[in-house]
Design a protein around this ligand. Structure first.
Ligand SMILES: *[C@@H]1O[C@H](CO)[C@@H](O)[C@H](O)[C@H]1NC(C)=O
Ligand SMILES: *[C@@H]1O[C@H](CO)[C@@H](O)[C@H](O)[C@H]1NC(C)=O
Ligand SMILES: *[C@@H]1O[C@H](CO)[C@@H](O)[C@H](O)[C@H]1NC(C)=O
Ligand SMILES: *[C@@H]1O[C@H](CO)[C@@H](O)[C@H](O)[C@H]1NC(C)=O
Length: 766
């Protein structure tokens, strides 16, 4: 639009805005940035399986953020991470950076940082010992990728702030989660259970962000299901089902250009838009971009580094072409007892369903596994659960009509959960005071779940414990009688709250927070609430917000729980579920009244929110960065066989090969450790298509689900390594001539890092 045209339209636009009563519009800004992290040698966070190390990329991890502000008032910022959970230390360091950059605009009070709970991301970024045992301590690279990526995401969102509105919509998604501890759920009172049709929450709540000039610019939704579609042996970095759903929805919007292609017709494949973007941008005479596009033509071998940085910039430049790229996030909520392995849990030896109360097979937990809808292919299960969430989100997005109106507000406090007095209703009337306990984990914690059974002789629903582990536990810390009584009936395996050597094993000070956008209310909780625990918390907050004399909230208030937010403290079950001591109960750290303590804390926050009275900031959680111990060996050096260069193809496509759609193209290269350069906002792998006589254009990269980058060493201590790139040709791929490229960086004995690239022979897709 030329300036003169815009000047004519502006007053009319303003008139229209006033006319339709849109004076209450907000300022909105969205952003997204790569947080993939180290794709080799780092233990994955989630299953606590020491053997599950990163060794490649299924697709990339991202941090996605939205800001909503009143034009001259308060603002809130929500960041969703494709990570297992938020980390106290990451949160603390992000706030230090925000303070340096923006002063008091974004603080712990109005910012929430939440994790989607993928179990396939690099670990070692949490500060408490119990969460970094399997990663051999702290992993600086994982930590930095998160802190840097979150900061970049927030900068993008902040720079994108413009006038717009937010809509909310809700709907049921029935087939993306089942209860994995139904025997614990059944211990909740029948009268309470009878109020609900299902034993997990089926509701998805979606926010749609609409720019006043550009139209829709993004969506965030909350739905409860674990990030455990990928199993405990997967080693490719992956955003699991929520990351996949986000990838699908952003690609859908790109292809669809904001129009109304049904999600049924959509095939995950985003390159047509990307290639056409390069061409379109070039046509628009953007000087720099023209140059970028041109650089994809015949690249001389010498310009490797130049190409690398160019391929990076093309991605980020495309993201910001004429407007910010559409951002869609799939956020986590009360997923504590919700599994995406919807076919149920079966014994791998006999194929029969596992024991109902203990999730065992012939008394052993390690044979009991949940099955996803793509069983036995976990990639397929992941795609299906991702696609189900994506389709529901598109439906809610397309039909969203309820606009958020009213105040932006927030309230935050820290609470020491290790020794809290909680007033709860007494049976037969009146109230009584109970206490929380220092953190402790029960024996059933070590049994794991049907999504990832533990390795030892533990079973869920264990209120006895075995002698050997009691012994091991005693070496670490014998619980006091007071602690054992407080945690009853949990048999204590790890008395983490009382273990302080070499530094704190578990958190005790936790952040609780409420963000408000008009009639939408987000409860930030630092853990995994089970279905019923989440329902009780939401109901308690709703009661405070909608009853009483305050007219702040009408009866129409939408409450979501943002799970795994700001820090991590494992599970929160109801008192009744806790009695069953399944995995979730054994992992409810602060004793049987943990949930009641949360409810009490949130009732106080909600009361303060409606009355406008401030709350005490509470005790500060510790910053343990300086105490962190790291045992992960750095990359010593990379090597190739004599006479072979990094990037040389070691297993090529067959000469003059032709592949059909759905075919499997696999190529291998001599490579180096991916930890030398994380290729943030870049790629380790690229599929290129030939345009014209000698112009190769990027078609797919390691962020596409059809492409897998797999890194391996011939032996554990070898300096040599391979990059294997597998491309399953999508049904939507254009016919043509293709080739596969690999990008990497090698380290020599002196520690110098050098970038390299390798290219396969060309092949045909017909
Ligand atoms: C949306 O779909 C309807 C019917 O399917 C079609 O008539 C209309 O042109 C579409 N609009 C856009 C913007 O594509
Ligand atoms: C599970 O445990 C409950 C109570 O302990 C018992 O009544 C029930 O029969 C058990 N169910 C199965 C299938 O073993
Ligand atoms: C491969 O194709 C080229 C050109 O199409 C042809 O000259 C050559 O003989 C083919 N090679 C083989 C092994 O089929
Ligand atoms: C593709 O082929 C490779 C090598 O033949 C094989 O190892 C891999 O499992 C295949 N990938 C898929 C997704 O089928």
């Amino acid at each position: 639009m030329g300036r003169s045209v815009r000047m004519i339209w502006l007053p009319i636009l303003l008139l229209l805005l006033l006319e339709s009563g849109m004076a209450s519009d907000y300022l909105i800004g969205l952003g997204s940035y790569d947080i993939t992290g180290p794709a080799a040698d780092v233990n994955m966070m989630g299953y606590a399986n020491t053997d599950q190390m990163t060794s490649g990329v299924h697709f990339r991890l991202r941090a996605r953020a939205f800001i909503v502000a009143e034009p001259h008032g308060k603002r809130v910022l929500f960041v969703n991470l494709d990570a297992c959970m938020a980390s106290q230390l990451v949160t603390i360091k992000v706030f230090e950076r925000l303070k340096a950059r923006y002063g008091d605009l974004y603080t712990e009070k109005n910012v929430a940082i939440s994790g989607i709970h993928t179990h396939s991301g690099p670990g070692g970024y949490l500060q408490y010992i119990v969460y970094i045992v399997t990663s051999l301590g702290f992993v600086r690279q994982s930590f930095d990728a998160l802190v840097d990526g979150i900061e970049q995401t927030i900068i993008l969102a902040h720079d994108n702030i413009r006038s717009g509105s937010v809509y909310v919509n809700k709907g049921e998604l029935l087939d993306a989660g089942i209860n994995r501890s139904p025997s614990a759920y059944l211990n909740n009172p029948a009268a309470e259970r009878n109020k609900y049709k299902y034993d997990v929450d089926k509701e998805m709540t979606l926010l749609k962000f609409v720019d006043n000039e550009w139209g829709p610019v993004g969506s965030f939704n909350w739905f409860a299901t674990h990030g455990t579609s990928m199993g405990r042996t997967n080693s490719l970095i992956s955003g699991d089902n929520k990351g996949a759903a986000a990838r699908f929805m952003e690609d859908w919007f790109d292809q669809n250009n904001g129009g109304n292609t049904s999600s049924d017709e959509f095939e995950p494949n985003r390159i047509p838009r990307r290639v056409s973007n390069i061409i379109r941008i070039a046509n628009d005479n953007h000087h720099e971009l023209l140059e970028l596009a041109a650089s994809f033509e015949s690249l001389p071998g010498k310009s490797t580094t130049r190409f690398l940085s160019l391929s990076r910039r093309v991605r980020s430049v495309l993201r910001q072409a004429d407007r910010p790229k559409f951002v869609s996030a799939f956020c986590q909520t009360n997923c504590g007892d919700v599994s995406p392995n919807v076919l149920g849990a079966f014994c791998i030896d006999t194929g029969v369903p596992c024991d109902f109360n203990h999730s065992t097979c012939g008394g052993k937990n390690e044979l009991c596994y949940g099955r996803g809808p793509g069983y036995p292919d976990e990639f397929e299960s992941n795609r299906i659960i991702g696609q189900r969430q994506f389709k529901k989100a598109v439906e809610l997005f397309s039909a969203a009509s309820e606009k958020l109106n009213g105040k932006i507000d927030y309230i935050h406090t820290y609470v020491d959960f290790s020794n809290l007095e909680v007033t709860i209703p007494k049976e037969g009337g009146g109230t009584t005071t109970v206490k929380t306990c220092p953190a402790a984990m029960g024996f059933a914690f070590a049994a794991g779940t049907t999504d990832g059974p533990g390795a030892f002789d533990f079973k869920q629903g264990d209120d006895q414990g075995n002698a050997f582990w009691r012994l091991v536990r005693n070496v670490l810390k014998t619980p006091t009688k007071e602690q054992a009584d407080c945690q009853q009936p949990k048999p204590i395996l790890l008395d983490t709250g009382e273990m302080k050597q070499p530094y704190d094993w578990a958190p005790s000070i936790l952040p609780v927070q409420i963000l408000r956008i008009g009639q939408m209310v987000i409860l930030s909780v630092p853990g995994e609430f089970t279905t019923m625990a989440g329902r009780r918390l939401r109901d308690a907050v709703k009661k405070v917000l909608t009853s009483g004399s305050s007219k702040e909230f009408g009866s129409n208030v939408h409450i979501v729980i943002a799970g795994l937010t700001n820090t991590y403290s494992q599970y929160v079950t109801t008192y009744e579920e806790y009695q069953m001591q399944r995995y979730e109960g054994a992992s409810t750290l602060y004793g049987p009244h943990t949930l009641s303590a949360y409810i009490q804390a949130f009732q106080k926050l909600a009361t303060a929110l409606v009355t406008g009275k401030p709350v005490e900031p509470g005790p500060q959680p510790p910053d343990l960065l300086d105490k962190q111990i790291s045992l992960l060996t750095p990359v010593v050096m990379d090597a190739t066989p004599i006479g072979t260069k990094f990037g040389t193809v070691s297993a090529d496509v067959p000469k003059n090969a032709t592949f059909k759609r759905g075919g499997n193209v696999t190529v291998a290269f001599w490579s180096a450790c991916p930890r030398n350069d994380l290729m943030t906002e870049g790629t380790f792998a690229l599929v290129e298509i030939l345009r014209g006589k000698d112009t190769w254009e990027p078609a797919y990269d390691d962020d596409d689900l059809c492409l897998r980058f797999i890194w391996s060493r011939p032996s554990k201590l070898s300096a040599q390594s391979h990059a294997t790139i597998q491309w399953i040709v999508p049904q939507t791929a254009a016919a043509g001539v293709y080739r596969i490229r690999h990008f990497g960086a090698s380290k020599n004995l002196l520690g110098t890092i050098k970038h390299f690239t390798g290219t396969s022979s060309a092949f045909v897709v017909a």
